[in-house]
Design a protein. Structure first.
Ligand code: SF4
Ligand code: SF4
Length: 368
């Protein structure tokens, strides 16, 4: 078993992509380059952050002899996971600069949601044209009634040769839709990122275009916008751009624009305030309204409970469904995690959330 004390001249250097976040009970370590994260003791975070760039000999001197076994164990773990490396060269400590927490954006809106149902009277293709002209890179179309193939084709075609990198569809399951229809949809529409078909007979995933485009079939029914905003570790994101954004901006609503199924422009289809109807207001005009951006800057360190959660920089946020609907910095309603005990429970069963569930008229709470 390695005893690092014998490598006393070596410097411990934290990898730039390794980031620690302290929570109320434990910490999280993230590998932003590999997209991984895992809970660790707060002491491990303190060890790396306190002694980053120091020689192992000096680190061991700071601890009593009976703690050296634990120190060995921590260092073995950190090296195995490649959160740190050892170097003979002191200059490496300054060469590996911390991750800058700023980023440049060139478009006023980079992600969008368009909701549609059988009564939606607007031209969704025209909205996609507006979005791509604004520089929108990710568009999600959520249909609450069947969307004919020709409409799916037209929406996908509207993203071709534009700045849009990904268009996702959430549509009701339709057993008339055959493999040939999917192939027709994907041919020449390389911006399609994924399709989710809800209300399917079972849960499964098919892949098309040499495995690049997944079609998710899920049994769950999605009957409206209030199915959004659920928190689960499956949805956590560990990468540099999410990490950077989460320090200063809201990780759901920042530079998001949406059109609800009735055609009103909102921050997201579930937010109460609208900024005009698409029949009389362009998306650019809505974005020009300074009030439209008020939620963009509510980040996790401002949100109750989340600010003490070790997951706050891999989690997204929700400002539409809150534990306290009258407090804009309240914890998201649909999260069942308690960072003070490090346990998950079903948010919908929590007696303290029942008043908010009734307030938002969420009649069929989904399991967290
Ligand atoms: S704010 Fe909440 S409801 Fe709106 S898109 Fe984000 S997660 Fe969904
Ligand atoms: S407490 Fe907040 S940061 Fe933590 S998992 Fe829930 S929503 Fe995310």
């Amino acid at each position: 078993m390695t005893c690092f004390k014998e490598q006393e001249k070596m410097y411990m250097i934290q990898m730039a992509g390794c980031q620690f976040v302290a929570g109320a009970k434990r910490a999280l370590v993230m590998d932003l380059h590999r997209g991984r994260f895992q809970p660790v003791p707060v002491h491990l975070k303190e060890l790396v952050e306190t002694y980053n760039g120091k020689q192992l000999g000096n680190i061991y001197m700071e601890f009593d002899a009976d703690q050296h076994n634990i120190l060995d164990e921590y260092l073995r773990f950190l090296l195995k996971e490649e959160y740190i490396f050892l170097s003979e060269d002191a200059a490496d400590a300054v060469r590996f600069i911390p991750l800058p927490l700023t980023t440049a954006h060139y478009s006023p809106a980079d992600n969008a949601i368009i909701d549609m149902d059988a009564q939606s009277g607007f031209d969704a293709v025209q909205l996609v044209h507006q979005l791509t002209a604004l520089g929108c890179e990710q568009i999600q179309v959520r249909a609450y009634s069947p969307l004919p193939v020709r409409e799916l084709l037209a929406l996908a075609a509207a993203t071709t040769e534009t700045v849009c990198r990904c268009i996702q569809f959430i549509v009701p399951y339709d057993d008339h839709f055959k493999t040939a229809d999917w192939n027709r949809l994907f041919t020449g529409h390389e911006r399609i990122g994924s399709i989710t078909c809800y209300g399917a007979p079972g849960n499964s995933t098919d892949h098309y275009v040499e495995g690049l485009i997944p079609i998710h079939f899920i049994e769950q029914m999605i009957t409206g916008e209030n199915h959004c905003g659920i928190f689960h570790p499956h949805y956590f994101i560990s990468n540099a751009s999410h990490f950077i954004e989460s320090h200063r901006h809201n990780t759901c609503l920042n530079r998001k624009i949406a059109v609800d199924k009735a055609g009103y422009i909102r921050n997201c289809p579930s937010m109460p305030q609208h900024y005009g109807h698409v029949s009389t207001t362009t998306l650019q005009e809505a974005l020009n309204n300074p009030v439209f951006r008020q939620h963009w800057h509510i980040h996790k360190d401002m949100v109750q409970t989340c600010r003490n959660c070790e997951f706050r920089h891999v989690c997204t946020d929700c400002r539409a469904y809150l534990e306290d609907p009258h407090d804009g910095c309240s914890k998201p309603l649909k999260c069942g995690y308690d960072p003070y005990t490090a346990t998950w429970t079903d948010w919908a069963d929590n007696p303290l959330k029942q008043a908010a569930i009734a307030f938002y008229e969420i009649d069929i709470p989904c399991s967290a």
